[in-house]
Design a binder for this molecule. Structure first.
Ligand SMILES: C[S@@+](CC[C@H](N)C(=O)[O-])C[C@H]1O[C@@H](n2cnc3c(N)ncnc32)[C@H](O)[C@@H]1O
Length: 215
């Protein structure tokens, strides 16, 4: 589906980058922050769950969880290069019949998508300006849990992301990285009927797991 977000992200994430990420994943397994999401989701002890992975990139979360606790996954991504690699890897693992791939800005297609038990956003909110719209749509689609990673609100990341965005402006590339306010993301998810049940921190990334409290 055509959208401005897809155009910007398609330019930001090249085919070469997507291929290189897949090579790294095959060699070394999931990245450290993705491992935190996987551990958090597995701690819920779900079986035959439905997963909605928003901005899943090369699809690491569904490649891993379809091995044990997930039966069916939907992967919505604004990057066609990432989706192409995710599809190829899903086919290689024999998961292709268990994953639905959608090329779109999630906020555009969310009204047409069914709910899932688990919704994940691994390093996604920081690529999207409207974190409220994105998280609200993600929360609306979760029946049980939502897990996300985002950059920590630290002085070194504030400086680092400002520099990265300065170079993006110089290159006339509209893609930006965002350090969204964690307290506001947390407050929004609480208003949507979720409570944060765990949080883990790495040097750059923070992972938060939310469980649904209200029906
Ligand atoms: C930094 S990459 C992370 C990919 C993967 N989750 C990972 O951690 O390796 C961000 C991903 O989010 C996707 N993305 C960002 N905003 C999105 C949106 N509104 N709808 C769908 N995908 C989105 C991008 O296309 C990209 O694949």
């Amino acid at each position: 589906m055509p959208c401005n977000c897809c155009e910007i992200t398609d330019n930001a994430f090249s085919e070469a980058e997507a291929r290189s990420e897949l090579r790294n994943y095959r060699r070394r397994g999931p990245a450290a922050q993705t491992k935190l999401i996987l551990q958090a989701i597995r701690s819920l002890n779900l079986r035959d769950a439905e997963l909605l992975d928003v901005g899943g990139g090369i699809g690491v979360i569904h490649h891993e969880l379809l091995e044990d606790i997930v039966d069916h996954a939907t992967h919505v991504d604004a990057s066609s290069a990432y989706l192409q690699e995710a599809k190829a890897e899903a086919a290689r693992r024999g998961h292709d019949r268990h994953v639905r791939f959608i090329h779109a800005d999630f906020t555009d297609v969310a009204p047409d998508l069914p709910k899932a038990d688990i919704v994940t956003l691994d390093r996604v909110v920081c690529c999207y300006p409207d974190f409220r719209g994105l998280l609200k749509a993600a929360a609306d689609h979760s029946r049980r849990a939502l897990a996300l990673t985002y950059p920590r609100e630290t002085w070194y990341l504030r400086i680092g992301l400002r520099i990265a965005n300065f170079f993006q402006r110089l290159r006339r590339d509209p893609f930006r990285v965002f350090l969204h306010p964690v307290a506001e993301m947390d407050a929004l998810l609480k208003r949507e009927g979720f409570e944060r049940v765990s949080m883990r921190r790495l040097f750059v990334w923070e992972m938060a797991l939310y469980k649904k409290t209200a029906a």
